[in-house]
Design a protein around this ligand. Structure first.
Ligand SMILES: Nc1ncnc2c1ncn2[C@@H]1O[C@H](COP(=O)(O)OP(=O)(O)O)[C@@H](O)[C@H]1O
Ligand SMILES: [Mg+2]
Length: 149
């Protein structure tokens, strides 16, 4: 986690079930990274990963927190939630696997591509989950040193 050399850091709460705010945090992260002058390709990857992570908290957890930390070299997005956790992480990471409800599918969610897309858009991706407690994601995207000073 960038600390002393962080140029930017911010925390965002996410509420489980709050579909009215779907994507709001990812949108703010995207704007912040744009304002910091990061490459559009980097901003796009971070925004996709943040959106999928935020939606998973909204869909599956009670509540969560997203932490954005940007250094000259890296964008770190840490996502922590309190919720059911994931019993089989390998299965959850499989393309097309989803436990989304019919109501969520009505809204267009539940393609089972969220976690695979987060991984694809990250340079480093960690997922750690405790059944009955919650899930933690760590997303790292390298900036190539562009943008931030
Ligand atoms: N934060 C989370 N808490 C609990 N379960 C989760 C969480 N994120 C993902 N999952 C589980 O992993 C599955 C796959 O997630 P994902 O790839 O994002 O697809 P989708 O959201 O379309 O179901 C989900 O259907 C759910 O069962
Ligand atoms: Mg998802």
């Amino acid at each position: 986690m960038p600390t002393a050399e962080s140029v930017y850091r911010q925390e965002f709460p996410v509420k489980g079930g709050d579909f009215a705010k779907a994507g709001a945090v990812a949108c703010r992260i995207k704007e912040l990274l744009k304002d910091l002058g990061l490459d559009t390709a980097i901003v796009r990857r971070a925004a996709i990963a943040a959106y999928e992570a935020e939606m998973n908290v909204i869909m599956y957890a009670r509540e969560g927190r997203m932490d954005l930390a940007v250094s000259a070299q890296e964008v770190h997005i840490t996502v922590d939630d309190q919720g059911p956790g994931i019993a089989d992480v390998e299965l959850a990471m499989t393309e097309g696997f989803s436990t989304a409800t019919p109501e969520m599918r009505e809204l267009g969610f539940g393609a089972g591509m969220g976690l695979p897309n987060i991984k694809r858009n990250s340079d480093v991706f960690y997922i750690d989950s405790r059944t009955g407690h919650g899930t933690r994601l760590k997303i790292i995207i390298r900036t190539n040193g562009h943008g931030t000073t």
